[in-house]
Design a protein around this ligand. Structure first.
Ligand code: NIG
Ligand code: FE
Length: 402
């Protein structure tokens, strides 16, 4: 099924040579030029089964069963979208309209989607996930993470995770998105549920646990309690941190060795230092600042401090209703101080780092054969030609799916 990015794809063991690649992004400096993108000009890639078998100068390519002519265009690793919220129903057009006439974004809008998601059937939620994944795949995304967070009961959160797990291994339990409306007067009771019965129902279906650490959602102590409980159940932390205001999220993420601190829009120097001295990736989500008319995260400051940066969509109906990584790359280059090379790295190898994966996000022998072919001579065109559908081919696990 070409519309899902399921971990269970079977690929044949036939070998395929993709040749006549003007610019190949390997993300392996040992394979190409010495830049982080490991660029190879006039390159070829050999796919065997679901893996990359060889990359290099096309004049040295080994013989294969099949051959694809890239037509002098660019090939790069499939995008790794390490942050999305795809299990939801309904949309929030009115809220977006109100924002575009001057109203600020508020996390309270999440309640609208919680009501619609609880009321939706499994089939409706499944159809939505399938639709947004198909959109993402057409735009070059070959791996994505997705979260619960619009159910906020043990039943609705575990249902969301089960649906997500049909499409990806990178499933995140976000019962702590906001305090469920039923617990508005008893936030401590809600934290007890999230760390108790809800965690019991959800832990078997997820790899990660996340908390929205923010005023109006969960404070540092609540977030620490929730993430620590998740860790004790084998879930690894990632944190919605410092999105709408300064706060403890980023330092908590570093303290708990979270794979990623996501948003990172309001950072003190101490936050930047903490990230720079950790293995926690800063995942920037410019679709959210675009759609909430908020100030941009300062990617330049993070990169100059030596922080590992990932770029993802945050696709959700409230703050960032885009499934397009190319759009996020263009925003990051135009408005967040990233070079096109840095943005492309962040959306591929950076996303893989944010998921603690080394089998994706690079076109190096042994990695999964997840590749995107652009209708452009280089990856720079992703930022240079914003809004243009440049993705003209996608291979996932060695199989051509677009
Ligand atoms: O990542 N920040 C919290 N969660 C989402 C927004 C969710 C919503 O508004 O529905 C985010 O931006
Ligand atoms: Fe998010």
């Amino acid at each position: 099924n070409a519309t899902t990015v399921s971990p269970a794809h079977s690929a044949s063991t036939a070998s395929t040579l993709i040749t006549n690649i003007a610019t190949l992004v390997t993300n392996d400096p040992s394979l190409g030029d010495t830049s982080p993108l490991g660029l190879v000009q006039d390159a070829a890639v050999v796919i065997e089964g679901d893996r990359i078998a060889w990359t290099g100068d096309q004049s040295k390519a080994p013989a294969t069963d099949n051959r694809v002519d890239a037509g002098g265009r660019a090939v790069l690793p499939g995008f790794v979208d390490s942050h999305s919220h795809l299990v939801f129903a309904g949309d929030r057009t009115q809220e977006f309209n109100a924002r575009m006439s001057g109203r600020p974004y508020s996390a309270g809008g999440i309640r609208t989607t919680v009501a619609a998601t609880r009321a939706a059937s499994d089939e409706e939620l499944e159809a939505n996930v399938t639709r947004y994944l198909a959109e993402a795949l057409r735009q070059g995304t070959t791996t994505f993470e997705t979260k619960s967070g619009y159910g906020l009961t043990a039943h609705d959160e575990s249902r969301a995770l089960r649906i997500a797990a049909r499409h990806t291994d990178e499933v995140t339990f976000l019962g702590a998105h906001i305090v469920a409306p039923e617990f508005a007067e008893d936030p401590a009771g809600y934290v007890a549920l999230v760390t108790g019965g809800m965690l019991d129902a959800c832990a078997p279906h997820a790899r990660w646990i996340d908390v929205f650490c923010e005023k109006g959602a969960f404070d540092g102590d609540q977030a620490r309690a929730i993430l620590t409980a998740g860790k004790a159940r084998g879930l690894h932390p990632r944190v919605h941190a410092n999105q709408l205001s300064y706060g403890p999220g980023v330092r908590l993420a570093v303290e708990l060795d979270a794979a990623s601190a996501d948003h990172c829009t309001h950072l003190t120097d101490a936050d930047v230092d903490a990230l720079a001295n950790s293995r926690t990736v800063a995942t920037l989500l410019p679709g959210a600042e675009f759609s909430t008319r908020a100030e941009w995260p300062d990617a330049r400051r993070l990169l100059d401090a030596g922080v590992t940066v990932a770029l993802s969509t945050d696709c959700n109906p409230g703050s960032s209703f885009t499934s397009s990584v190319p759009f996020c790359i263009a925003l990051a280059v135009r408005d967040m101080g990233m070079t096109p090379d840095e943005a492309v790295w962040a959306a591929t190898a950076g996303g893989a780092a944010a998921l603690r994966r080394d089998d994706i996000g690079r076109l190096t022998p042994g990695a999964y054969a997840d590749l995107t072919l652009l209708d452009a001579p280089s990856h720079v065109h992703l930022a240079y030609r914003p809004g243009v559908p440049l993705v003209s081919g996608v291979w996932r696990r060695g199989e051509r799916v677009v």
